[in-house]
Structures are given as structure tokens and as C-alpha cells.
Design a protein around this ligand. Structure first.
Ligand SMILES: *[C@@H]1O[C@H](CO)[C@@H](O)[C@H](O)[C@H]1NC(C)=O
Ligand SMILES: *[C@@H]1O[C@H](CO)[C@@H](O)[C@H](O)[C@H]1NC(C)=O
Ligand SMILES: *[C@@H]1O[C@H](CO)[C@@H](O)[C@H](O)[C@H]1NC(C)=O
Ligand SMILES: *[C@@H]1O[C@H](CO)[C@@H](O)[C@H](O)[C@H]1NC(C)=O
Ligand SMILES: *[C@@H]1O[C@H](CO)[C@@H](O)[C@H](O)[C@H]1NC(C)=O
Ligand SMILES: *[C@@H]1O[C@H](CO)[C@@H](O)[C@H](O)[C@H]1NC(C)=O
Ligand SMILES: *[C@@H]1O[C@H](CO)[C@@H](O)[C@H](O)[C@H]1NC(C)=O
Length: 611
């Protein structure tokens, strides 16, 4: 693949030099010798020559991934064998939402009970179509690359990192999550999830809802065809918890159409040559099951068993929970439940299912750097920030250690120390580190100091009590601002990776999400949105620093997954665009189109992955 791209590049260079050779009869010449103190030996010549135009149109096309995916091993027994490990007496069924049935008494898990689940949630939109769309091959015009990315390289090998390579098994690709792309919230027996309250009437009326999103629930085949055609080898997606277990509770019915959907999605990945990476729950726990519910660990295990027993044979990488380190708000009572839910699934997968794939969970973390490196209080603030966001989950899972004392000692925090028995059970239940290091900022203590804030539960910064900012001490922003918090700050990528590598000592680090949403991108014309140079620079610079982290800092980075493979519902907003593809939200078909960042992203890996 790389050779095709590189030969296109070199032929473009040949054309330019041919033109200058043909027109190079000088009419006058002046030469300036390089100064003797400079290592540079370039000479300067001015000349008149006949002028002619050259149109620099791109003639490069994307190369698809080889298909189908050839699995050289299986990662767990097939379902025919694994099914014996599931709880006995399971009911496989389906539901069809009819809101006039809320008074129907047809049993604990009947259609009436299902209608009652949805009773608190109403929306003002409906899906535009209700059947799976068959994929069609992409027109070659869609796969033509944008003008080559301008680069001043090569200056020197060091500058251009040409001597650095990523291993052939480097996990690179794109990511998305069920709620944010699927739409069809009430289709085919899905139950309501906590995320569904976003955009629900009447109290959340100010927000966009996810009833439609990107219609990926019916367009997934075409979405995979597009990713394969543009050359993306890994796709990280999440399974919707309530499509599998609509009621959420252990022992409640399993929704057969939900299982069928994800089975086909995974088979379609394999058919197209794309390796699936599966997140079991991306923030979408059932509506009536919060993290503080004592049932949470058992309910999560019950659900996870359904999907791991079905798909465990072909799935090599599992993520249990997305960003649980921030999703409990300030209710720290939830933390042991989260840890136990995750650990139960890990132990079941390894010890009962005897899975040989890899499992982890995925952290949110935008590194906080001390605002003033000379001020010890700012260093205290930065470390405290990391303790609250990473140590709280990372200490027990990666180090077998207690919650950070900074967290445990915060007055009124509803958290008690883990017992030795709990620690022993949780210790080591992640095979690699996965996190979403979008950007970095600065930490400093709040007015009045950390201690007085920590003693005041009413302080808006409680309990972490760290003030964060993107403004440097000298008044400059630390990078190009986005439409939210994801600034372009490549100067901190090595520290982001270095912190988690050196503190939690994992065997490898996966950048599970990273991305950029340019300011007001949605307001641009479609052609302008598709020429998303800021997003491209974000990825190119982030990845170049990642190469340095690997080669200069000794960090074992095992992969990088871009967020997101298309513009989606960023939790109540369709205007926060992180996508490598644009989505037409008005033509009724949700037509996707590649942005230049998709080509440039693929191009980076074609240049740096070995082989
Ligand atoms: C919904 O249930 C009501 C009451 O049983 C029934 O009259 C109606 O036909 C049902 N609607 C659909 C679309 O099935
Ligand atoms: C639904 O409600 C949201 C929020 O009020 C609004 O922005 C949107 O236009 C509404 N959509 C429809 C189809 O009425
Ligand atoms: C489920 O949660 C919703 C919203 O919080 C609530 O209105 C409803 O009563 C709950 N249902 C049950 C069965 O607890
Ligand atoms: C801790 O949180 C739980 C669940 O929200 C609550 O029931 C309990 O009262 C809280 N304890 C304290 C001391 O706040
Ligand atoms: C955690 O696991 C590691 C590796 O197996 C072991 O060395 C360590 O003693 C364990 N710690 C605890 C508290 O169980
Ligand atoms: C927090 O605010 C509530 C009322 O809003 C008040 O009753 C309480 O005393 C305050 N707590 C502290 C520690 O100031
Ligand atoms: C969406 O597609 C329609 C029909 O092709 C077109 O008229 C419209 O300009 C497109 N809008 C966007 C935002 O892509």
C-alpha cells in the first residue's frame, strides 16, 4: 500500500522538475555564496524563462484494506460451547414499543412492562427509515485523495522522523460509540439507557436527542464499506447494553434482535477486512441502573456474559467500560461498584470463558501540567488532579494499591478504603492501559488554596479542588483552541504518555480516542468542512510526538484510534464535530463524505507502519 502512495508522490516531484528543466535557459544569473560560518551550502540563482501554468491536481486514490480478515486463531470457544457457561433459564425474546400498552399487566417482563420502561422518555423526532441499507461500492471520485499535505520535509532525518517505524501489529484505526451514532433508540426491542435522558421531553427539551444520530443502526454495513475502502484496518465500536438486556437486571430477558445486530456487525467487519475492538458499555447503562446501585456489578456481568460468550471467539480486544473514572460525577460511593463490575467481567472472561484475548477499561484523561513549574503548590495541584482522575481507578487495577490518600483524605468524600480482599480481586484486571488523551492543560490551586476548598463540599471545584486552564502563565493559549476543550497541544503528548507509562507501569498503552473539533466547523460550507486542515495537523503532530515517545522515551505505545470516524451526537449536540467524515443531516439519507483528515490520517500510518 505504501509503495503505491509513495510512487504517486515521486511522480509528482518528477513532473515539477521536468517543467523547470524545460524552461531553464537563464537570461541572467546571480549567485550568492553561502556565508562561510553557515553549514548551509545552498546557492541562489535568479533567471527569466518562458512561463507556463501547471495544474497540481491530485491523482492519488485510497487503497482498501485486504479482505476478508483472516483470523489465524480464535480467542474463546464458539458459542455452541460457551453457552454452557451462561446462567440457566435465560429467556430470549423481543419487544415492540407500543406506548398505549403501559397499563397492560402481562407479567414482569411483558410488552406492558417494556412500554412502562419507556414511559418517562419522549422525543420530538422519529427515525427516517427502519430497515438495514445494503452497502454499495464507493465511487472512485469519493476515494480520490486531497492535495498532498504540504510539508517542509525532508530537512534532516531527525526532523522528519523518517528513521522511526511502527510495528506491523500497531493497532491503528477509528472509533465511535453506540448511543452517539446508531439512532433507532426505540427500534427492535431496545430498552432505555441513562444516556437517553439527553434530549428527552419535556425537561431536556433544549438538547438534541439521539433518536436519529447518524442512523448507523441501519447504515452500519455502508459505514464499514467506507472504512474498508479508505484503508482503515481497526474499528472500535460499542455494543448498546439495552439492545441486549432491555430491562438491565440480572435474569431479565435477552433481546434476540440486539444479539443478531452485533453479530452481523462483527461479521461484516471481518468480511471487509476490519478488526473489531469492542467496548461493552460506553456510558449507556440501563435507565434504572446507576453506578451506585448495589446491583451494578452483577447486572454488568450478566450483560457482559451474553456478548462475550457470543463474540469471544472472534474478538481479540475488549474494553469493559468507557471512561468510568469520570462518569460517576462526585458520587464516590460508585467507585467500588465500578471496580467490582469491571473485575468480575475480567475474571469471568479469563477464568470461566478461558478467553485469550486482551481486556482493559478506558480512562478519560487530559493531562494537567503545573501552571508554574517553579511553584510547588502548582505541582501539588497537578499531581492531585491526576490522583483524582487516574489514581482512583488506576491504583487498584494496575498497581494493586489503595485509592490515593489525596482522594481518601478529602473531608466528606463518600468513599471508604478497599479491603485487602477486594484489592487482591481487583489487582491486575487490565491487560494494557487504554485512555483518551485529547489534550493537555495547566493545573493550579483555587483561590484560598486546596485545603479550604477540600473542606467545603459546596465549592464548585470540590472534591478535586484543582483549577485548570489552557492559558499559560505568560498569557498565551497552549495551543489552537477548538469548539470545546480539545486544544492542539502536541508539546505535551510525550508527557501524557510518559505519565501513565511510568506511574502505572502497564505492558502497553493504547491511545483509545483522540481527536479535534474545529471552532464552528458546522457553520462552514461542506467543501470547506471537508478541507479540515486543523484536524489534520492535530493528528499529524500528535502522532509524530507519539513516535518520539516510543523511540526517545521508551514507552510501549501499542495503538491509536481516532475519535470519531464521523460527525456524531456529542451528548446533546450535533455541532461538536470530531468526525473524519461529514454527515448530511438534511437529505434524508445521512450521506457521509470523507474529510481530508481521513486521508492524511491513513497516509501517516502508510508512511510509518513497517512492511
Ligand atoms: C398498540 O396497542 C393498542 C392497544 O392494544 C392497539 O389498539 C394498537 O393497535 C397497537 N398499535 C400498534 C401499532 O400495534
Ligand atoms: C426537537 O427539539 C429540539 C430542542 O428543543 C429542537 O432543537 C429541534 O429542532 C426539535 N426537532 C424537531 C424535529 O422538532
Ligand atoms: C426508572 O427511572 C425513571 C427516570 O429516572 C423513573 O421515572 C422511573 O420511575 C424508574 N422506574 C423504575 C421501575 O424504577
Ligand atoms: C453515600 O452514597 C450512598 C449512595 O448514594 C448513600 O446512600 C449514602 O447515604 C452516602 N453516605 C454518606 C456518608 O454520604
Ligand atoms: C498485585 O499483583 C501483582 C502481580 O501479580 C503482585 O506482585 C502484587 O503482590 C499484587 N498486589 C496485591 C495487593 O495483591
Ligand atoms: C453547603 O450549602 C448548604 C445550603 O446550600 C448549607 O446548608 C451547608 O451548610 C453548606 N455546607 C458548607 C460546608 O458550607
Ligand atoms: C445535503 O444534501 C442535499 C441533497 O443532495 C444538498 O442539497 C445539501 O446541500 C446537503 N447539505 C449538507 C449540509 O451536506
Amino acid at each position: 500500500m505504501w509503495s503505491m502512495w509513495s510512487s504517486a508522490w515521486s511522480s509528482a516531484l518528477t513532473v515539477s522538475s521536468a517543467i523547470s528543466a524545460a524552461t531553464s535557459t537563464p537570461t541572467s544569473v546571480a549567485t550568492t555564496a553561502a556565508s562561510s560560518s553557515s553549514p548551509c551550502t545552498a546557492t541562489r540563482t535568479t533567471a527569466y524563462s518562458p512561463f507556463s501554468y501547471t495544474v497540481e491536481t491530485s491523482t492519488r486514490y485510497a487503497t482498501p484494506v485486504p479482505s476478508p480478515l483472516v483470523l489465524t486463531t480464535t480467542y474463546a470457544p464458539p458459542f455452541s460451547e460457551a453457552s454452557s457457561l451462561l446462567p440457566t433459564g435465560l429467556t430470549y425474546t423481543s419487544y415492540s414499543l407500543n406506548r398505549s400498552l403501559t397499563t397492560l399487566q402481562d407479567g414482569e417482563y411483558g410488552q406492558g412492562a417494556y412500554a412502562r420502561l419507556w414511559k418517562p422518555l419522549r422525543y420530538n423526532t422519529t427515525v427516517p427509515f427502519t430497515t438495514t441499507v445494503s452497502p454499495t461500492p464507493l465511487a472512485s471520485s469519493e476515494l480520490r485523495a486531497p492535495p498532498p499535505l504540504y510539508t517542509a520535509c525532508p530537512q534532516s532525518a531527525d526532523e522528519c522522523l523518517d528513521c522511526y517505524k511502527l510495528p506491523t501489529d500497531f493497532i491503528w484505526g477509528v472509533a465511535g460509540s453506540a448511543f452517539q451514532i446508531e439512532g433507532g433508540l426505540m427500534e427492535s426491542g431496545r430498552g432505555p439507557s441513562q444516556l437517553d435522558t439527553f434530549g428527552s421531553l419535556p425537561n431536556k427539551e433544549g438538547y438534541a436527542n439521539a433518536v436519529v444520530a447518524d442512523m448507523n443502526y441501519y447504515l452500519y454495513k455502508q459505514d464499514l464499506a467506507r472504512l474498508a475502502a479508505v484503508g482503515i484496518p481497526y474499528y472500535s465500536f460499542s455494543i448498546s447494553w439495552t439492545r441486549i438486556v432491555p430491562f438491565g437486571t440480572p435474569g431479565s430477558p435477552i433481546n434476540q434482535p440486539g444479539l443478531d445486530h452485533y453479530e452481523d456487525l462483527i461479521n461484516t467487519c471481518i468480511e471487509y477486512g476490519i478488526t473489531p475492538i469492542v467496548t461493552i458499555s460506553h456510558d449507556d447503562a440501563p435507565l434504572n441502573l446507576t453506578y451506585v446501585d448495589p446491583q451494578f456489578p452483577e447486572a454488568f456481568l450478566y450483560y457482559a456474559q451474553q456478548v462475550m460468550s457470543r463474540f469471544g471467539n472472534v474478538v481479540s480486544h475488549w474494553v469493559t467500560l468507557n471512561e468510568p473514572n469520570i462518569n460517576f460525577g462526585i458520587d464516590y460511593y460508585a467507585v467500588p461498584n465500578i471496580l467490582m463490575g469491571h473485575a468480575k467481567v475480567y475474571h469471568w472472561y479469563k477464568e470461566e470463558l478461558k478467553g485469550t484475548g486482551l481486556i482493559t477499561l478506558k480512562f478519560a484523561n487530559n493531562l494537567a501540567v503545573p501552571l508554574d513549574s517553579m511553584n510547588p503548590e502548582d505541582t501539588v495541584a497537578a499531581l492531585r488532579y491526576q490522583d483524582f482522575i487516574l489514581g482512583i481507578i488506576g491504583n487498584p487495577i494496575f498497581l494493586g494499591q489503595q485509592y490515593p490518600s489525596n482522594v481518601l483524605n478529602t473531608p466528606n468524600i463518600n468513599l471508604t478504603a478497599l479491603t485487602d480482599e477486594e484489592l487482591a480481586y481487583i489487582n491486575g484486571t487490565a491487560d494494557f492501559w487504554a485512555f483518551d488523551p485529547y489534550t493537555a492543560g495547566f493545573a493550579t490551586s483555587p483561590p484560598g488554596g486546596i485545603d479550604s476548598c477540600a473542606a467545603d463540599m459546596n465549592n464548585t471545584l470540590w472534591p478535586s479542588c484543582v483549577f485548570t486552564t489552557n492559558v499559560q502563565q505568560d498569557g498565551w493559549l497552549n495551543g489552537q483552541a477548538s469548539f470545546a476543550y480539545a486544544y492542539i497541544a502536541p508539546q505535551y503528548v510525550r508527557q501524557q504518555l510518559g505519565y501513565v507509562w511510568n506511574v502505572f507501569k502497564p505492558s502497553g498503552v493504547l491511545i483509545a480516542e483522540f481527536g479535534f473539533n474545529p471552532f464552528y466547523e458546522f457553520a462552514e460550507t461542506v467543501v470547506a468542512q471537508r478541507y479540515d486542515l486543523q484536524r489534520t495537523l492535530y493528528y499529524q503532530w500528535f502522532l509524530r510526538e507519539t513516535l518520539k515517545s516510543i523511540y526517545l522515551d521508551g514507552v510501549n505505545v501499542i495503538g491509536a484510534l481516532a475519535w470519531s470516524f464521523l460527525d456524531n451526537d456529542e451528548f446533546t449536540s450535533y455541532y461538536e464535530q470530531y468526525g473524519l467524515q461529514h454527515v448530511n443531516r438534511t437529505n434524508g439519507e445521512f450521506t457521509r463524505s470523507f474529510k481530508r483528515s481521513m486521508f492524511d490520517y491513513v497516509d501517516f500510518f502508510h508512511q510509518f507502519v513497517e512492511g
